[in-house]
Design a protein around this ligand. Structure first.
Ligand code: 0O2
Length: 209
């Protein structure tokens, strides 16, 4: 026999009526952010958002995250414990753009803010920096309205560069074996934050000219 039989969780997550809810919510957020992008560019007279990237979490990644969190690896547990089955990443040019985008998201009256984490003002021990906002997107089907969580990660292009390389080299790798690498990459996060701030100061000086 070849191939792996699907688990119950896999089958349920792959049912169109399940994943389409997350895909719908992600599309709503994508269009809202495109709108915000256009409005902010007009208001500020410069581009604020450099790139946006949305994804639905793979079943494999869902299972691994539930295990990491010590939660049961079931469909119900995934829906109850994970806020990032649908996720959107927004990469801004400058570090002060993060608050501008976050504020624009907070002003959207059709979104409920479920949770916010500011890993820019309080970086993770790894050195990871980003603002995470979990929003609840309303989805109405017939007479029933439910809320679908979407995680929006907002960071500067410099923070994104660090996070991408950290993901390649450290993040989710077994701790201990690579402790020295973790320490080193954490140091680079501070270096990058320094350069990010210097670039911001430079932009501000140019704006004053
Ligand atoms: P992936 O594959 O990128 O999606 P919550 O349930 O909302 O309380 P959660 O999700 O358990 O919070 O944890 P957290 O730390 O707030 O956010 C997790 C996400 O942030 C991760 O998702 C990563 O995308 C990113 N992240 C967090 N810490 C780091 C880090 O040290 N390095 C890098 N590169 N990214 C980080 P996933 O699901 O773990 O991964």
């Amino acid at each position: 026999m070849c191939g792996k039989s699907k688990t119950e969780m896999e089958m349920r997550l792959q049912e169109p009526r399940v994943w389409m809810r997350y895909a719908y919510a992600l599309k709503q957020i994508e269009w809202k952010l495109r709108w915000i992008d256009v409005e902010l560019a007009e208001q500020k007279n410069r581009q604020i958002i450099r790139a946006m990237n949305g994804r639905l979490k793979s079943v494999d990644s869902i299972k691994k995250k539930l295990r990491r969190k010590g939660k049961p690896v079931t469909f119900e547990s995934a829906e109850a414990n994970l806020n990032d089955i649908a996720g959107m990443r927004v990469v801004c040019y400058f570090c002060d753009d993060i608050d501008i985008v976050a504020d624009a998201i907070r002003k959207q009256r059709d979104l409920r803010i479920v949770k916010e984490k500011d890993y820019v003002r309080n970086p993770k021990p790894s050195g990871y920096q980003s603002v995470h906002i979990i929003v609840a997107v309303p989805l109405t089907c017939g007479a029933v309205t439910e809320e679908i969580p979407v995680e929006i990660q907002i960071r500067s292009v410099a923070m994104d560069y660090w996070a991408e390389l950290d993901t390649q080299m450290c993040y989710k790798k077994s701790a201990g074996q690579i402790k020295h690498v973790e320490r080193e990459i954490c140091g680079y996060s501070a270096v990058i934050a320094g350069v990010d701030n210097q670039m911001l100061e430079l932009r501000k000086r140019i704006e004053m000219m």
